[in-house]
Design a protein around this ligand. Structure first.
Ligand code: PEP
Length: 272
């Protein structure tokens, strides 16, 4: 379902390195059943569940016939080869995975991801018809030094380097201030909206004359929970949420889907 400027409202759950296949099956089942029973006839945001690689199959089976989509948490940028332990884009598309998180701050922090590797992966995702959710965001020290805007702009510019406007329009960007991830500290909503707006403006200036920024979905991530979602979903530039901790239980995640549905509803009312 589309929203402002043709962009999608998206509520994505990043399950990180949690859940066995049996646990992932139960969680996906509970979310699918909750969506079916709580949102009868309502316009829904795009709901994306991102389990670990080993649980993709189970989760894909559970979401069959439901509005929920499935995303991977990472991938290699190459199609195949001697890269032990890696997962290639064609393996994901063969399973019917539709989304892939790219450059999550934990990948940047613990697994050496750089803006350059993020760029290669975003390009590979697009080439294979996967929707990349490109994660950007500043560290606490960078925010304290007043570097938030320049760090985030650089991540956007380098992440999208060499990508044509028609492809860039398909990228989802997640603004996730690193200091707000998994810490319980949410970025003040007006500030999160400001940075998401800055990302939109940067995309517009990168592709000047195309007005692409208006159509790119930009999510906020960082300790999103039931008590924060409504305010976040009322913002001009925040088109959804990328959620870690609060995506691990259906009873925590369903209210976030509700928040996304409210955003859609208010936009439908405004445009009707
Ligand atoms: C995340 O993992 O992308 C995230 C935002 O985590 P949390 O919601 O737990 O802060």
């Amino acid at each position: 379902m589309s929203s402002q400027g043709g962009r999608k409202t998206i509520i994505a759950g990043n399950w990180k390195m949690n859940k066995t296949p049996a646990e992932a099956t139960s969680l996906a089942k509970a979310i699918v059943e909750g969506v079916a029973s709580q949102f009868k006839g309502e316009a829904l945001p795009e709901i994306v569940l991102c389990p670990t690689f080993v649980c993709l199959s189970e989760v894909l089976n559970q979401v069959k016939g439901s509005p929920c989509k499935v995303g991977a948490q990472n991938m290699d940028y190459r199609d195949s080869g001697a890269f032990t332990g890696e997962i290639a884009p064609p393996m994901l598309t063969a399973m019917a995975v539709q989304y892939v998180l790219i450059g999550h701050s934990e990948r940047r922090q613990f697994f050496g991801e750089t803006n350059e590797s993020v760029n290669l992966k975003v390009k590979a995702a697009l080439a294979h018809g996967l929707v990349p959710v490109m994660c950007v965001g500043e560290l606490l020290e960078q925010r304290e030094q007043g570097l938030t805007d320049s760090v985030v702009k650089e991540q956007v510019v380098k992440g999208l380097a060499g990508i044509a406007a028609t492809d860039a329009a398909k990228v989802v960007v997640a603004y996730e201030p690193v200091w707000a991830i998994g810490t319980g500290k949410t970025c003040e909503t007006p500030e999160a909206n400001r940075v998401c707006g800055l990302i939109r403006a940067e995309i517009d200036s990168l592709y000047s004359g195309t007005n692409i920024g208006a159509g790119v979905s930009i999510l906020y991530g960082g300790s999103v929970k039931a008590s924060t979602i409504d305010e976040q979903m009322e913002q001009e530039h925040i088109d959804g949420a990328l959620v870690g901790g609060a995506s691990l239980k259906a009873e925590d995640f369903l209210p976030l889907i509700k928040g996304g549905a409210k955003r859609l509803k208010s936009q439908l009312v405004k445009t009707s």
